[in-house]
Design a protein. Structure first.
Lengths: 236, 221, 236, 221
């Protein structure tokens, strides 16, 4: 009998190890798996390589993980957003590494990683600083940059609803990177607002099929990063 | 023509947005950058149906919500609260950039730090070494959307021209800009120069050229 | 006002030209856009390059298009299925060209074409006849074949329901190649069992967003290829 | 040991499917090829939950429907009518092969024309020039699924061994097969030989080796 459900976020993230590469879903505050990130903060793993579009805001969630000094390197497209000071400060102090990737290239690299595609060519960034040192190649008279697929040890994502088998649906633009991150991680860990019986999600509307999900935890009323940042909450 | 009169001459920011909106054909799929570009949405004439794409996973972005009905899980690429129109669709980030990179978006309106006379765009980095650089989807948009237009004030706040012979800031893309809408003029990027197709009311060609490092010409039909 | 709706399949396919590359949705009989294919037969375009997983069955739909001598080349993964004689006979007679592509590579090439990706690397077919003449490259000690993105002039697909703007949902495994084909064609032509008002399809469950759809025609009770083949119908 | 007694010695096709089913761990995601492999689904022990993937876009394939409730839009990769279980999911072909190529399917059971002693598989083409070749998803499956097992009769109907030193038919993949289930034995592919891990009732090692071109050994624990 398939049972992917864990009792607590702490159980679900217990084996994340020092130096692991961790994909974290969310775009800004939308879709950010706050409870899983906080469990990872409590858990203690360090020297993490974290992939997220941003670097978190305020002093909760991803920003708090960075603030605790647990992230050695960020792979992202936009490390500074309104209310984001933790990463920029650490970066200026030379305390954290940054791999800056154009947003579409980041999404495609993650999907490629999940799809067993080691590399692909993209027109994005040709002729710019972000293409420096990268292989280029011309197809049909246009120049492209070769980019590598990106895989990870773990993915932490949030969804609206999961069924017992691990089929997921999301909530509006909180979907963002999570479906491709679920594809690209060896172990995908999901926090769901609710976990329902198999069959309670219409097979036609499943966004992330269960094959991409390894662990789930129900977090009934998840914290909202944007509200926490607005009220200056810090974690822990 | 003194510097101090610059604020009152030419178009306002809202006029720039309106000029762009009036040029968008009915039925277009459009992606809007941050700043003046995002003001375009509200300026589309009522008899045209224009669909807005936001790269974080929504086709059919609607106007901002009432402050009391904001949804933290419904935001645009600029991280602002938005709504979704009737007939919208949500999708994940990889699919969203299939739309962009694959050439499925008709028009993208972006801000600029600099545009060169051959259409190079610099709008993502000041090139300083200590601040964390941030690129977002800008490079994907200019690489994937065929019709890239820029909405910008003609000069920086300090009066430095933004339309230059060659960009000094790090590039977002090479030869990607098609048309430039500023407070002083509307210009097409051609092989040789920036061709002025319209001047703001009360502004003459020389006035614009004096505030432009790139070479300007008058577009002839 | 966006209006993608055409009155008849004939209107929708009127401008398909000789020599065009045409993606046709469907896997076997499931999802086959029979009315659009029959309209293309009536319309007369020839020397077509057709992309489909198979080559049709019996003497209707894609098999009929091939039987009429209108297809110069098929790009597919499995050109012979139960009840398929038209293509095999023409192939043996040297009257039609075949580009055989592994099924997953075919799907990925079509998606890449739609995604602006000119080429990618895949482990599929390494060391086999189907990799002969193709560039290979080693990443992390494993060998991969380079494959090219595939784009087309037209796509003909069937869906269950479309809204006025062109957002689509499908019916079970009739979905198959159609969503990626819609991405990869300059002009995507859809037959829908029904076309509904904008807003009548939940934005969370849209499979093909409207941006990938150019023309639609409502075909209320579409012919079923499998039933036609079973009852030995021929077209025209 | 005459040829004519071959039919009654060893396992039946249904036994081969059962042998495979008994080796599939609870919770596995499995893709089944055509022929003996598709018989595996019905043999899974009742206390195990195994999810079947079919590459034309369904995770959670259920048993065949009653003849009067067949749905032409619900078929498997072999184009047969199927059902979907509670908790199934539909997806498009590119996503389906993300699952396969990306290593997300735990086990794939395939038929074979030939398997070599180093695990090369030939199961897609007779290599004749005039008949249209057809590959389907076979090459994707062997390239993407780590655990590939073969279900086949030990010899062809004409008595020719299918387990060979080196395949004579065009390859589907190189060194991809992990385990082989035939009517005579179950064998693991090792670096040096095919290691017999189980013999069919009443069959001895020599009997199998005589019908096998590849070198067999007895697996030692």
């Amino acid at each position: 009998m398939i049972n992917k459900q864990h009792d607590t976020p702490a159980d679900a993230v217990a084996d994340i190890f020092d130096g692991a590469t961790v994909l974290i879903g969310g775009f800004g505050a939308a879709g950010s798996p706050i409870e899983l990130i906080h469990a990872l903060i409590d858990q203690g793993a360090s020297d993490l390589i974290v992939v997220n579009n941003n670097t978190g805001s305020g002093h909760v969630g991803l920003a708090a993980l960075i603030e605790q000094g647990r992230v050695a390197k960020m792979i992202c497209s936009f490390p500074r957003t309104a209310g984001s000071t933790v990463f920029p400060d650490k970066y200026q102090a030379g305390e954290i590494e940054l791999e800056l990737v154009p947003q579409g290239t980041l999404a495609e690299r993650i999907r490629a990683g999940g799809a067993g595609i080691p590399a692909f060519y993209t027109p994005t960034s040709v002729g710019t600083e972000l293409a420096q040192g990268k292989e280029t190649r011309t197809f049909d008279g246009r120049e492209y940059v070769m980019e590598y697929g990106l895989t990870a040890d773990f993915a932490l994502i949030k969804c609206l609803r999961a069924d017992r088998l691990g089929n997921l649906i999301y909530n509006k633009t909180a979907r963002n990177f999570s479906p491709v991150m679920a594809m690209a991680a060896k172990t995908t860990i999901v926090q769901a607002d609710s976990i329902v019986a198999a069959g309670d999600i219409d097979p036609e509307v499943v966004v992330t099929p269960a094959v991409f999900v390894n662990r789930m935890v129900e977090v009934g009323e998840p914290l909202q990063e944007s509200a926490m940042v607005a009220s200056s909450v810090s974690y822990p | 023509m003194s510097n101090t009169s610059q604020e009152v001459l030419g178009w306002e920011r809202a006029d720039i947005a309106l000029n762009i909106a009036l040029d968008i054909p009915d039925g277009s799929i459009v992606n809007l950058g941050i700043g003046i570009p995002e003001m375009v949405a509200a300026c589309i004439p009522a008899d045209r149906e224009v669909i807005f794409h936001t790269e974080n996973g929504l086709l059919g972005m609607g106007p901002p919500p009432d402050p009391d009905s904001e949804d933290p899980e419904l935001i645009n690429a600029g991280k602002r609260h938005i709504t979704a129109i009737q007939g919208a669709a949500y999708f994940h980030h990889a699919d969203s950039f299939v739309m962009i990179r694959g050439g499925h978006i008709d028009l993208c309106v972006l801000g600029a730090m600099e545009v060169s006379e051959n259409g190079d765009l610099a709008n993502w980095s000041m090139g300083s070494d200590d601040a964390a650089p941030a690129v977002g989807g800008a490079m994907d948009l200019v690489a994937g959307v065929e019709n890239i237009v820029v909405a910008t004030m003609h000069c920086t706040r300090k009066g430095r021209p933004k339309l230059v012979r060659s960009c000094s800031y790090p590039l977002t893309g090479i030869g990607v800009v098609r048309r430039i809408y500023t407070d002083l003029a509307i210009m097409d990027v051609s092989a040789q120069s920036l061709e002025v197709i319209r001047l703001a009311p009360g502004i003459d060609f020389d006035y614009v050229q004096q505030r432009t490092e790139a070479e300007l010409t008058i577009k002839t039909a």
